[in-house]
Design a binder for this molecule. Sequence first.
Ligand code: NDP
Length: 524
Amino acid sequence: MSAVSTQNNGQGHAAAGTNGGSQTIKSYAPATGELIGEVPVMSKEQVAQVVSRARKAQRAWAVLPIEERCDRLLRFRDAIVDRAEEIVQLLSKETGKPRHEALIHEVMPIADLLTYYCKNAPRILAPREIELHLFKHRKSYLHYAPRGVIGVISPWNFPFTLPMGDVIAALVTGSAVVVKPSEVTPLIMLKAKEIFDATGLPEDLLGVVTGYGPAGQALIESGIQKLVFTGGVETGRRVAAACGAALIPCVMELGGKAPLIACSDCDLELTAHSIVLGGFANAGQVCVSVERVYAHESVYEPLIRRVKQLVGELKQGDPAKSFVDQGAIIFPKQIEVAEKHIADALGKGAELVCGGKRVAGTGDFFEPTVLANCNHEMTVMKEEIFGPVLGVQKVASDEEAVRLANDSHLGLNAYLFTKDRAKGKRMAEQIEAGSVVVNEVLINHAIAEAPFGGIKQSGFGRIHGEDALREMAETRHVNYDRFAMPGSNPVGYPYTEKSYGLMMKGLRALFSGRGIVQRIGQLF
Ligand code: NDP
């Protein structure tokens, strides 16, 4: 057992401690068990103070022209790029992920999202006229006002890119933002704040509150105007209920169980490489990981053979010591979850293609595991694992693959591989998921223009893209007169028998058959 497990009783790689009488969280590197930092467990009052300071800073931020806000945020982007090595080192250490993944999956998408939003936000958030089909004597437009303070609660698997994406969107719209990072990976968000403050941006505009679940609860109850939550389904249920009680809107980015369909005409080499990357990047601890594969019977055997070969070539180890493909698992509990699913599958007739056990020695490592001959009686095909384990099931047709892909309570991402793009798009539209990607894996979260989020129990609301940026702001409607109107309103007081009769005639003239309203576009 690793030093980490010994210190935290198997609960996680963050452990409680005290510092001068106050409670603290200690953060350990999962690859080595090394203690890398300590943060306070903030009380409800301390959380409220951070939110209150953010609210004050927001007032001055909100009145800046959007172009100026964007210019200043681009300086933050430049600082992130300048200090990328420092961020990557800490990310890799605190999560145990390979440095390539810290760079490509975390730092780069944030540099890109900042660039995209800062370039496009003035256009996206510009007031928009609404074409009125009936009230032609009036005009309407929407404008996008800052909400105030946005709360962000985020998980441990991408502790930089996930919260920072929401931070950027909130700041661009003129809000302040307070982040509650996972107790397991609190240090990286504090590093982001240090870089933010060093660029001369208003210090309290970005707040970070540290602690356990109650700190997240305190954030929800602190008077924030919106919450973006990313985490598991069960926590999401409690958090959504708390947002309901506080009557604040929320975005729920919850778990996934992404299927990958390998059609009979797929490019075998591309599909095999994609299964391995999609299944084992970040040791499978990705909400959009490939967790289940449905392979057409004509490609099933060769695909499994090639996947086994590719998995055999993966190098695993401490990412701080050398460039590895597979890093550590965040904490021992995740390993136990993987073991439970593997035992269930093997007990029900699955075949172990490779992997299947934890790696002996220091740190929390687990072998990338592929199970063949799987079916939907096994939890490996039905429940989120969030680890380096994937199940493969043989199917006889595209229809069967789509039916099985949809046989899930989750619907975040899905993948399918075929050389026939028209068929790929047709099938993609039949799959119940927020995003379906054809002939590629994982990429969609990094597409700044595309909305990201789930359906079913994978959550609701979206991040990224134009609509999500507008949603981060408060959409307000203004309606005004196009020309001067007579003092008395023809549909107002007094309500007489005569005016009622006129209204009834008006209803028929406007709406029956091809009434005036249907033809109104041609009239004006
Ligand atoms: P959890 O749901 O356990 O925790 C998420 C966050 O919620 C943490 O910061 C946690 O704090 C906090 N929290 C816990 N209890 C409460 C509470 N009562 N009120 C407010 N906040 C609370 O998720 P994990 O950190 O384990 O992350 C893994 C999950 O996240 C997986 O299911 C994965 O699929 C999902 N995920 C979804 C993504 C998406 O975009 N849809 C992306 C990435 C991950 P603490 O850690 O201190 O307990």
